[in-house]
Design a protein. Structure first.
Length: 89
């Protein structure tokens, strides 16, 4: 059984007040590393995704969604991995 790990999402530094896990983002990726996906989300929304590299080593993301909440995009990205999303303000 896989150990459940937590991904902590929070804001770091100044971000617009509307930035948060419910901020909408458009994602169109085919087999990109999780780190690339995470960097894109942060750049587009100001929401940081915190994780240990070993948790997502080799994890490739395929997602095609328009205007999806960040938290939902991360949940989709982590489907089938045993990893779970946890938000932190």
């Amino acid at each position: 059984m896989k150990l459940l790990l937590f991904i902590h999402m929070l804001l770091l530094g100044y971000t617009p007040p509307e930035a948060g896990p419910d901020t909408l983002v458009t994602c169109h990726f085919d087999q990109v590393p999780f780190t690339t996906f995470s960097e894109y989300v942060t750049q587009e929304t100001g929401v940081n995704i915190y994780y240990k590299e070993v948790w997502v080593e080799g994890l490739k993301i395929t997602i095609h969604e328009d205007n999806i909440p960040v938290i939902s995009a991360v949940e989709i990205a982590l489907q089938g991995t045993g990893l779970k999303v946890s938000t932190w303000n």
